[in-house]
Ligand binder design. Structure first.
Ligand code: PLP
Length: 355
């Protein structure tokens, strides 16, 4: 039986998507060839790429609004640099909500001046800073919508006239929002969309071309746009699986529908966390709690061994917290069924009963 997979990334994907993609590895589109042994320039694969790119814009309601969707490589980690390379002339503003923002800042500093508008470092990143000011004279503002490690999520994005860039690696396509408030969105595929190996970049085309530096081709968004995400050989398998997941999401009813399910999962888990005195959550303000990654620990570590045994017996995988904060982390990405969260909650009740 399939395990209840709470892994933080790479993470759970829809079972039907895994089934279809495994078939395509052997015989793609009845070509009697594998998806991974045909030309990326063949019509069959070009159709996959076009479909994936158009589903992204459709889900985000960004069609015909000047946006392009790209499937690149190098992970969200390369975007930390690429964003700065393409947009940073003098100075950029960053909101620091944890390890990923920290890394984004470190890379951008190699390219220009960085203003940290606010940071939650003083609370070991257990909250989202509010009431900060974004200077008017920066090239862009960068934030991380969901902090995968610490389990916080931004619920109110600032209103600003400067360009907005967002790392949405761990909550993309999980909740509805006005995506057009952003000029550039990026996300590694492996948290809510597909296997590791491709990175989604959604970019408003007219923000490009303003920096004076020479941009190496592979780092240049304009090159990737002109070549329709095929400047070099794309990650054919990750793009294909991402396309299937985006189609799965559409068949399910899109972001509106998945958001309802994600809300149900999160409220089931957080209610138990608040009720059960054996557990405490990591995030200070409840309004900053992530619906994707819930972080918590036992109030008494005497029960750790027994709790871990119960988790194992229940078929729960991937619940260990990140090494930076320890404890537990339940990642509840789009493909995780409500039933898996119920199984976890039952184990939490069981340990309370026998404690
Ligand atoms: C996982 C993650 C990253 C890193 O992604 P890679 O694809 O491994 O480079 C960056 N930002 C956030 C928010 C993440 O969750």
């Amino acid at each position: 039986m399939k395990k209840h997979n709470f892994s933080a990334g790479p993470c759970i994907l829809p079972q039907s998507v895994l089934q279809k993609s495994s078939e395509a590895i052997v015989n793609f589109n009845d070509l009697n060839l594998s998806l991974i042994e045909i030309s990326h320039r063949s019509k069959d694969f070009v159709d996959v790429m076009e479909k994936a790119r158009s589903l992204v814009l459709e889900h985000m309601k960004l069609q015909n609004k000047g946006y392009q969707a790209l499937f690149l490589q190098g992970g969200a980690s390369l975007e930390f640099l690429m964003v700065a390379y393409n947009l940073l002339e003098k100075k950029a503003a960053y909101l620091n909500t944890g390890a990923w923002s920290d890394k984004a800042i470190r890379e951008a500093k190699m390219v220009g001046d960085i203003v940290e508008v606010a940071s939650s470092k003083d609370g070991n990143f257990n909250y989202i800073p509010k009431n900060y000011t974004i200077p008017e004279d920066v090239d862009y503002f960068h934030c991380t919508s969901n902090n995968t490690i610490f389990g916080t999520q931004i619920n109110h994005f600032p209103k600003t006239n400067v360009k907005m860039v967002c790392d949405m690696s761990s909550d993309i396509f999980s909740r509805q929002m006005d995506f057009s408030q952003f000029d550039l969105i990026y996300a590694g595929a492996q948290k809510n969309m597909g296997p590791a190996g491709t990175t989604l970049v959604v970019i408003k085309e007219d923000i490009l071309g303003d920096v004076s530096r020479t941009i190496p081709s592979m780092l240049d968004y304009k090159v990737h746009i002109a070549k329709e995400s095929m400047f070099n050989t794309p990650a054919v398998f990750p793009v294909y699986v991402s396309m299937l997941t985006l189609q799965w999401l559409k068949d399910l009813g899109g972001i509106d529908q998945i958001e309802k399910i994600n809300n149900e999962k999160a409220s089931l888990l957080y209610s138990e966390l608040d009720r059960n005195s054996l557990f405490k959550g990591f995030v200070a303000n409840h309004e900053d709690r992530s619906k994707m990654n819930a972080t918590f620990s036992l109030t008494d570590n005497h029960f750790k061994e027994r709790f871990d045994t119960l988790l194992k017996e229940a078929g729960i995988n991937g619940l260990n917290g990140h090494k930076d904060i320890g404890g537990y982390r339940a990642s509840m990405y789009n493909a995780l069924p409500l039933e898996s969260v119920q199984v976890l909650v039952d184990v939490m009740k069981e340990i309370e009963r026998i404690a």
